[in-house]
Each structure stands twice: as C-alpha cells, then as structure tokens.
Design a protein around this ligand. Structure first.
Ligand code: ATP
Ligand code: MG
Length: 652
C-alpha cells in the first residue's frame, strides 16, 4: 500500500504566461544561468560576489560545517562602501538613490552623493557616542531616510543593527534591546499614522527604562511631537549628526562580520533573532535584485512597499537595491492616506517601473475596486513582485490585469527572514509563470519537496519544503541561542542535513513549485491532508470574496473540519446570508473537490494579521474550536479578535 500523501494536491492551474519576446531579449538573466549555476554552484556565487567591491579577495568560496556556513572565507569588504561610496566614486553621485515621499505629502530627494555625506556624518556621530565594530544598535524609526542612513552608518562601522518595526509596543522593543544587548537606540519623536502624528519616543522611553544596556537615545525630529527627555542620555539627531564632518573612511571587515539581527514576524509564535553577516548576504541580495526584478541601474525606478522593520525592507529597500545603484521610491505612510489611490499616484508621479508588494495589499486593492487604479497612468510599470504569503491565483490575475495591464511579468518570490534573500521565484525574462506559483529555485539555489521520511515527492506530490544546499545569504544562527537554531531549523531532517523552513509545498505535473502555507496549518480531513492555501484560493476565486482564511477545527467524525473566515468584496459586503454561504461552499467543492468543502463559513470584516500583514491562523483556530484566544502580542490590531468573536456570537 502506498504511503499516505504528506499533502494532498487538489488545485490545478492551466493558465500560463510567458514573457514577451521583447522583454526576454533584453532581460538581465537568461535561461543559461540555471545550467551554469548547477554545473558549479560555488563558481557561480563567486561570479556574483564579483559584483561587489572587495578590499581583500576571499581564499575559499564556502566553508560548510552543517549547520554553520561561512561564505567568501577570508574576504574583506565594507557593506556601506559597496552600497553608497563606490557609486559616487564611479561618477554617479548625482543619481537619485531615494525619492522619499512623506505621508503628509512632504518629499525629499536624496542622491548617492547626499547619501554618502549623510551616512558619513551619522557614522562619525555614532563613533562619538561610543559605537564600535561588533556592537549592537537598536533602531525604531518610521519610514524616513534616517532609517536607511542609520542602518548604513552601522554597517560602515561594523556594528550590527537590530531594526524594530515602528508600530511595535514598548514590550516588544524592550525584549529586542535586551536580547541583542544594544548600547544605542535610534528613534524619533513621533510617526505619522493615517494622517495623524502618533508618539514614538514616549513608547521607546518605556522600553529603555526597563533595560540596562542603552547608553544613549538618538532622536530624529519628524512630527514635532513633544517628548519626555532624559538629560545626558537623550540627544537630538540634528544636534549630534548635523555638525559632524561628512568625510569618513570606511574600514574593511571580514565577510562574516555580523551585519544585523532581525526578529521574524511572529506569525507562528515567539519571534526569533535571526543573525545575518556581510559578504554572502550582500552578494545574494544584490544578485537576486538584479535577476528577479530585471533592474537596470540609472534607468529603472524601483519601489518596494515593505517596511524597513521587516526583512524585505532590509534586503530589498536598503542592501540589494543600493548595492545595484538603484533609484528607489521610499514611502512613509499607509496605502489609503489620504486616499485609496495613493500607491498609483506615486507610481505615476515617479514613473515607477518595478513595484514589489505583498498579497495582503493586493487583496486590499481588490476589495477597494479596480476603478481606483484605473484613474492613474501606470504605463511605466515593467515588473511586478509579490512576497510574504502565497498569492492566491485570483489575486495574481487581478494584479496582472489591473496593475500590469497584461504586460508585466509577475515575480512571486518565496523567501524568509532566515534565508536573507529570494530563493524561489520566476525569472521575468525566462519563466512562463502560472498564477499562484513561485515556479522554481533561482540559479545557484537548491530546494526539494519531501515526505515525512525525507523522500522527494516528485511531480504532482506535496510535502515539506527543504533547502538541501547552503546559500550565501543564509542565516548564521539565532542570536545567542545555538540550541534553538539547531532545533528550529535542522532537527526535522537532521540525518539528511536539510534546512526545514516550516512551509509546505507541492510540485505540479510540470515540476513548478507551489507554496502551500505552514505545515503546522495543514488540515487533516478524513485522512486527507489539505493545505489552507488551496482552500483559501478557491474561496478567493469566487467573485464575491476578497480575502479568506481557513483553519482545521477538531471534528468528531472527520478528525478535522474546515472552517473558513471570509471578507466579501466592496459591492458584495452586505450579503452574508445563507444563500451566499451555500454558494461559496459549493464553489469550493466544484473548484477543488467535495473533500475540501468548508464545514462552516463565517463572514467577517477583518482578519487577524501580523504587523507585516500575514494572516495568523492559529488565533482563528482558537475561535473555531471555542477556546480562549492565544497570544496576540504580534497582532497588528488586537481588537480584531474581539470583533470576530463578538460577530460570531451575534450570528449564532
Ligand atoms: P515566524 O517565523 O516568527 O512565525 P514569519 O515566518 O511570518 O514569522 P517571515 O520570515 O517574515 O516571518 O516570513 C517568512 C514566511 O512567509 C515564509 O516561511 C512563508 O511562510 C511566507 N512567505 C513569504 N513569501 C512567500 C511566497 N512568495 N509564497 C508563499 N509564502 C511566502
Ligand atoms: Mg518563519
């Protein structure tokens, strides 16, 4: 008897979109890269490392003593020099690095020469405050240029930054300061949130009061909010940084010098302090930004909408793009301030050619309606990207048609805080993409989908996504906790030495990879292992549904029953009646089979999400199983769970 499948493969997709001939002809990376990289992985990555400026060449490309990797062993470089100074030295000082757009509509244009001056001044200021190579600096700032400048100043000095998302509570900041033992905190007086200034320093003060390592707090003035002040400890950025010399000599550091610590989003539980180092990280972020987005320095206008508090902001707002001499848009605010067309207005204003965002936002745009983007000129767009969650095929099609106007390749990029850079993604000039699939590993990257027993599942099969070979931007550990590092990532397939990412995936019959959500969320219905992603995508493919989250709730007859929470689209939003629910259940049944028909569907106004916009299913499982709702500290809006629970009581 055949072993039970690790994950059932229910959904099929026949649509496929090849790049246009014109796009393919001019693409940065062609199909031959896959074979070249497979033939000699280390030589391939050495070639990519040559995109950077090294002051001392490495002796060895890779030293792999699982689970510990060293890349470009013996090599030396300065990350900030690579991201800023060398472009100025090459004669591109007048090229814009950031078109910054503030939420209230104020703007700043920062050229590479400006950025060099600002980073040098900040590096001098940090030195004056006692920051040295090997130290840790905590940064909690809104999306303002000083966020990138602070990160680069740390990198320049060989100090590791730990950026904490601006919306996090004093408790979350405190835990991160303590864990990293940071000596300096960089923050701001306040931050704009939906058109209003909200205090920031007031919160960071609460965190600092409960820690002992912080010697100084450097405060950027952003909102003119009144702030509490501790004489001697607190310093204004404009007092300390502005007076510094704009000359600073960048020292070289070992390729394995810690660059930053960043805590994961906390979708599944307590965040982990992921450590990244310098040479390998910069090599892979630069290469993938070049390859996946088809970025052309001096020509492309690139916009990644992530917050700098997440890994996407680190790798694809700061390090990768700057290493590639990108001209980027940086936007401070929310997508509906002051109106729901804000993103499209910005794309039109700056002629954005590459736009990289998250499925949660695409589904929100769907909910708001296509009439909004229709009012703007989006013809500058060439490439569209997605990251953060599996993108539902329907959202992918909406993105393609309404934003890309059918002309832009979509790159669905799978990666994690831990991987540091994109791992699985189409190449826009090569891959014929399927809506909802991240397609295949990038050149130089290797992954497998395996069963519980570590057997490759083969075409049509589903299972655990593992990374079976080391990669340059891989995490070097969990800060200060080797035990947790080994247990979390390397214990499940210890014998094979595979890194296990926590995600489920399948191959379709053509060998394309489909990410199927967290394996912890997989539902077991009458012995069928069903992924949340496939059922959610079936729901979202119904014209009335904007967003869906499904969970398995214990069921006396089937083991688990599927419970779905749906948000209806704008014009359907009022109709959550019995008829409509029945239609949705039948729709899922017709799309992927009766086994996946939800036992229960509940219409809700909002879904519980992390601050980075990912659906937190474990909380919904608590609701579906009538339990008290678990830890909500990483939730973006903790009132959402009250709303959902209250709504359910009303309808029962
Ligand atoms: P935690 O590990 O603390 O629970 P997290 O996993 O949400 O938090 P991140 O590192 O920000 O923290 O997110 C990485 C995860 O996001 C991946 O493991 C995967 O589940 C999901 N993900 C990211 N991009 C994609 C994508 N393109 N397709 C499918 N899933 C994706
Ligand atoms: Mg994770």
């Amino acid at each position: 008897m055949a072993a039970e499948p690790t994950l059932s493969n229910l959904a099929t997709e026949s649509r496929s979109f090849a790049p246009s001939e014109a796009f393919a002809a001019q693409a940065n990376v062609k199909a031959e890269a896959y074979d070249r990289a497979a033939a000699d992985r280390e030589a391939f990555w050495a070639e990519q490392a040559d995109r950077l400026h090294w002051t001392k060449r490495w002796d060895r490309v890779l030293d792999w003593d699982a689970p510990f990797a060293k890349w470009f062993v013996g090599g030396e470089l300065n990350v900030a020099y690579n991201c800023v100074d060398r472009h100025v030295a090459d004669g591109y000082g007048e090229q814009v690095a950031f078109h910054w757009e503030g939420e209230p509509g104020d703007t700043r244009t920062i050229t590479y020469a400006d950025l060099q001056r600002e980073v040098c001044k900040a590096a001098n200021a940090l030195t004056e405050l006692g920051v040295q190579a090997g130290d840790r600096v905590a940064i909690q700032l809104p999306m303002i240029p000083e966020a990138a400048i602070s990160m680069l100043a740390c990198a320049r000095l060989g100090a590791a930054h730990s950026v904490v998302f601006g919306g996090f509570s004093p408790g979350a900041l405190k835990a991160r300061i303590e864990d990293a033992d940071a000596k300096l905190l960089i923050t701001s007086d306040g931050q704009f949130r939906r058109g209003k200034p909200a205090p920031m320093k007031e919160n960071t003060d609460k965190a600092v009061a409960e820690t002992s390592s912080i010697e100084h707090v450097l405060v950027v003035k952003r909102t003119e909010t009144e702030v509490p002040w501790t004489e001697g400890r607190d310093l204004w950025w404009h007092d300390v940084v502005d007076k510094q010399s704009d000359q600073h000599e960048a020292r070289s550091f070992d390729a394995e010098q810690p660059l930053f610590i960043l805590y994961t989003s906390g979708t599944t539980g307590k965040p982990k302090g992921i450590l990244h180092t310098s040479g390998g990280f910069l090599t892979q972020t630069a290469y993938t930004h070049h390859a996946v987005f088809d970025h052309k320095p001096g020509e492309s206008v690139y916009w990644c909408t992530a917050d700098i508090g997440w890994v996407t902001g680190h790798s694809y707002i700061v390090y990768g793009p700057l290493a590639n001499r990108a001209t980027s848009v940086m936007y401070e605010g929310t997508p509906n301030t002051p109106h729901e067309g804000r993103h499209w207005e910005i794309i039109q204003k700056y002629g954005v050619s590459i736009y990289y965002t998250a499925p949660t936002l695409i589904r929100t745009f769907m909910k708001w309606g296509k009439e909004i983007p229709e009012k703007y000129d989006l013809s500058s767009l060439r490439v569209l990207g997605s990251v953060g969650e599996p993108i539902n095929p329907e959202a992918w099609m909406w993105y393609r048609e309404n934003i890309g106007k059918g002309n832009c390749p979509i790159v669905d990029t799978w990666w994690q805080t831990e991987t540091g850079a994109i791992m699985i993604s189409p190449l826009p000039g090569v891959t014929a993409t399927k809506p909802g699939s991240a397609m295949r590993t990038l050149p130089g990257i290797s992954a497998e989908v395996v069963t519980e027993e570590a057997q490759p599942v083969g075409p049509g099969g589903g299972g655990y996504l593992v990374l079976d070979k080391p990669w340059p931007a891989m995490l070097r550990g969990i800060w200060g906790d080797e035990q947790r590092f080994r247990e979390t990532y390397w214990s499940r397939f210890a014998e094979q030495g595979y890194y296990f990412a926590g995600d489920g995936a399948k191959y379709d019959d053509d060998g394309a990879i489909w990410l199927l959500g967290r394996v912890d969320d997989v539902m077991n219905v009458s012995g069928h292992r069903i992924s949340t992603t496939e059922v959610e995508s079936a729901l979202v493919s119904h014209p009335t549904v904007a967003e869906a989250a499904v969970v398995g709730a214990s069921d006396p007859t089937t083991g688990q029953g599927i419970v779905a929470f749906v948000i209806l689209r704008g014009n359907a939003a009022k109709d959550g009646g019995e008829e409509a629910i029945k239609a949705l259940r039948d729709h899922v049944s017709a799309e992927i089979g009766p086994i996946a028909k939800p036992r229960q569907i509940m219409v809700v106004e909002e879904l519980p999400k992390t601050r980075s916009g990912k659906i937190m299913r474990r909380l919904l499982r608590d609701v579906a199983e009538n339990r008290e709702v678990g830890d909500v500290t990483t939730l973006a809006d903790s009132s959402v769970m009250d709303l959902i629970s209250a709504g359910l009581k009303d309808s029962s």
